[in-house]
Design a protein around this ligand. Structure first.
Ligand SMILES: NC(=O)c1ccc[n+]([C@@H]2O[C@H](COP(=O)([O-])OP(=O)(O)OC[C@H]3O[C@@H](n4cnc5c(N)ncnc54)[C@H](O)[C@@H]3O)[C@@H](O)[C@H]2O)c1
Length: 413
């Protein structure tokens, strides 16, 4: 039996520590895990078959498998020894990008700021983009997604392509044993989201949606106050996002209903929960730029409690008033309320346009990456907004589209 460098791994909280012992059953080819607790030693699952000749093997303990404060570990076989790789213990998670366009720059900046994470390579279907990003970021550009996925130094993949390629890339990456962060909108097809969830379960890897807005501290604070009932009875939530999307950016996106309303919907789910019914209206002011796609959408939703919410999103105009709706959140209850604006801090050029000049825009990516690497991969903590939330987000988006098409109030099923 190969020797284990570090067969004991301590996880869990200070109050409820858990220790796991790992052994390799060479004949059966399984890594075996044993939870060691003074009171209740428990054998755990066989967690991963070791492929002969595979340079790096990874195994993950999922919360559901362990039914304890879960640990997420990589087990790397090299020669005849086994090493645990855990970002919580100072190891580095290698990351690869599939898609290297605009949002990749935000994600790359976030990785640069996250100790324990390193961008190790990228693939972009456009070779000019791939080469320029590769040069600028000093990482290899792979000739194909398969070549990137075959790199054992890459443990996690960020899927940063347009939405129509998210599912294919995410599922391939999961099947190749990588953890995945998939940009929003995760998919506009529920079957694809279910397939991503199933692929994650089958591979024992994480698939985390890029629901970046919920990572800002304000969301956490508001959610905590709401959980504690600090605002009394919640009456209303408003989320507003108003900016003029430059003409040259329009061709690469589907439009605000498909690209950005997704953020508003998972935010509503995160803060107040699933609405019971809603109605939506759209408007368009720039003729012909995105045929069939409105520039502006307003959703009025009602929660089962009777509380209401409005989600207002526009790519038509900048708001340069004294109280700008560039990005603003407000929740009002009978005993209190909360508000915050991403324009509380503004920096650099482009002020007034799309919100990229607000440092809190980049901060949401920074915090998302830290959470993905250290909390999800490192400690097995589930993300604040999950793939199940992505599935529910799509369900609500479908209700919005039904309301727009029918001009009616519709039930959210
Ligand atoms: N979280 C956020 O706030 C946020 C912000 C912007 C964009 N996004 C999302 O990120 C995704 C990408 O948006 P973007 O702004 O970077 O778009 P983009 O057009 O700038 O970049 C997409 C890149 O993917 C490449 N690509 C296309 N198909 C590919 C494939 N099959 N395999 C590999 N590469 C492929 C393109 O060549 C392009 O370079 C979209 O889903 C978008 O909605 C999220």
């Amino acid at each position: 039996m190969p020797a284990l460098d570090d067969p004991l791994v301590q996880t869990g909280s200070a109050d409820h520590p858990a220790v796991f012992r790992f052994d390799i059953d060479e004949r059966a080819g399984w890594v075996l895990a044993m939870k060691e607790s003074p009171k209740n030693p428990q054998p755990m699952d066989r967690i991963r078959r070791l492929n002969p000749g595979t340079h790096v093997e990874r195994a993950r303990y999922a919360r559901s498998e362990m039914r304890v404060s879960s640990a997420c570990l990589f087990i790397s076989t090299g020669g005849d020894s086994v090493r645990m790789i855990n970002p919580m213990k100072g190891d580095t998670i290698g990351i690869g990008f599939i898609g290297a366009g605009r949002v990749a720059a935000n994600q790359r900046a976030a990785i640069e700021r996250c100790s324990g994470a390193e961008l190790r390579g990228l693939f972009d279907a456009d070779s000019v983009t791939a080469e320029s990003r590769s040069r600028a970021w000093s990482v290899p550009a792979y000739a194909s997604a398969e070549a990137l996925l075959a790199d054992p130094g890459i443990a996690a993949v960020f899927v940063l392509t347009p939405v129509e390629y998210h599912a294919t890339s995410a599922i391939r990456a999961l099947e190749a044993g990588k953890h995945v962060l998939v940009e929003k909108p995760v998919s506009l097809d529920g079957v694809e989201i279910d397939a991503m969830i199933a692929a994650a379960e089958a591979s024992g890897r994480l698939c985390v949606p890029g629901h970046s807005y919920v990572y800002l501290p304000a969301f956490d604070q508001v959610r905590r106050v709401l959980d504690e009932g600090g605002m009394g009875t919640v009456c209303h939530m408003e989320m507003k996002e108003f900016y003029r999307m430059p003409e040259d950016f329009l061709p690469r996106y589907h439009g605000p209903v498909d690209e950005v309303l997704w953020h508003h919907i998972y935010s509503l789910l995160y803060l107040l929960g699933k609405p019971a019914r809603l109605c939506a209206m759209t408007a368009g002011f720039r003729e012909g730029l995105n045929p069939g796609e409105p520039e502006q959408v307003v959703v009025l939703a009602q929660l089962p409690s009777g509380a209401t919410a409005t989600l207002t999103l526009s790519w038509a105009a900048n708001d340069e008033t004294s109280d700008p709706w560039t990005y603003k959140l407000k929740v009002i209850g009978t005993d209190g309320g909360a508000t915050f604006s991403r324009r509380d801090i503004v920096l650099g050029s482009g002020i007034g346009g799309p919100p990229w000049y607000c440092p809190m825009y980049q901060e949401s990516f920074d915090r998302e990456v830290v959470h993905f690497v250290r909390d999800c991969i490192g400690s097995g903590t589930p993300p604040p907004s999950t793939m199940a939330d992505a599935r529910e987000t799509l369900n609500i988006l479908h209700a919005v589209k039904r309301s727009i098409a029918d001009g009616a109030v519709v039930a959210v099923e």
